[in-house]
Ligand binder design. Sequence first.
Ligand code: F0G
Length: 458
Amino acid sequence: MHLPSIEPYKIKTVESIQMSTPEQRKKWIKEASYNLFKLNSDQVIVDLITDSGTGAMSDKQWAEVMLGDESYAGSRSFMKLENTVKELTGFRYFIPVHQGRAAENVLFSALVKNGDFVPGNIHFDTTKGHIEYRKATAIDCTIDEAFDITIDHPFKGNIDLHKLEKTLQEYTTEKIPFVLMTITCNSAGGQPVSIENMRAVRTLCDQYGVGFYIDGARFAENAYFIKKREKEFANYSIKEIVKEIFSLSDGMTMSAKKDGLVNMGGFIALNDAKVYEVCSTFAIMYEGFVTYGGMSGRDMGALAQGLTEGVEFDYLESRIGQTAYLGKRLDEFNIPVIKPFGGHAVYIDASKFVPKIPKEEYRAQSLAIELYIVAGIRGVEIGTLLADRDPVTRENRFPKLEMVRLAIPRRVYTLSHMEYVAVAIKKVFDSRDEAKSGYSIKWEAPIMRHFTVELEKI
Ligand code: F0G
């Protein structure tokens, strides 16, 4: 008989949750113009809006907060973090920044020019934003399987080597500063990339003489999937897999708010002395001196400790297991969820859930609002609102998938919270036939509208 697996930690501090009723939430969401981003956190019972910066720190991380050295230059906390990152990734150079998009800003300032192309698997929004801001183009070379939610593929984040080679041939390599691989691939549903794929991408990059960088926001979760799904690595430790991953690339950007297990932070790590030099200058301009880069000493200490805990197998097993538990429960209730389940989130297919709501009335958003009203759960729409309007025609862009993402903060909720979420969604699912109409836009910003949009009930 197998013993059930448990969270490899016990709880030392708790934060109370403000409970509320459906009537209260109905009023609050109306006051928030039916935009979940406009709710106060106290109006939410289980907050699954993001896994970014929402995790719980350990006692050892809090101890690091007390040990923080706040010297402007050369602090002990910086050195602790630098040593940890170098030891974990094997990169020669390290620059701290305040979060992931800041790493993109600094690295891309050094490497991406007007007219360039940056191929990769689906680039995260801010990554794409920082590429396009420099009048360059992000080219999506993800495998087709990633876009078919009925296919069960172990590495849906993989880059399609034919698409990549075609891109490398089509645009001269002077116009391709590097290939960027996001692990796990957030925009594909937190789906991992295999080492086999990384090796093949490395080979192509060498053949065509272009760089290879990794967006490592969820690198540890990706390493866990490699251990579980890629035979060659079944007996490797997570740390060994992480080393292998980064040894294949020239450098990385990191949003430490995810697998770094901290609430704020990020970094760049790389091998090329010249690129490091140029990045250092931009880092000083945008982030701060190279030994703090927008982070306080205490935060750097907590991140060093967080990175160490984030690659522990038992932690990852419980973390990914929690996501899979929620996915499995929803699946048992026949709720349409995207499979395989990703590392950090479960995605509900809103088009199958509420097919009677016209897509012009923001199906996924309507479902996210209903979930909030019924149970106080805050997910996020990954659908038409997020896809925004066509910049030329100003018409709504209807994406292939209308989804509600339930992203799970690290070490914050227990399995009983997941059970609550699953049963609440089942409750909404049981009354789905009553949902026939959605919402219309009262006001929207010209770009990135989903954060501030104001809606009206139809
Ligand atoms: N890269 C990936 C893959 C991300 O998921 C994110 C953020 C970033 C870069 C940017 O990092 O927020 O620290 O500036 N993702 C969050 C999310 C916001 O909710 O998925 P950041």
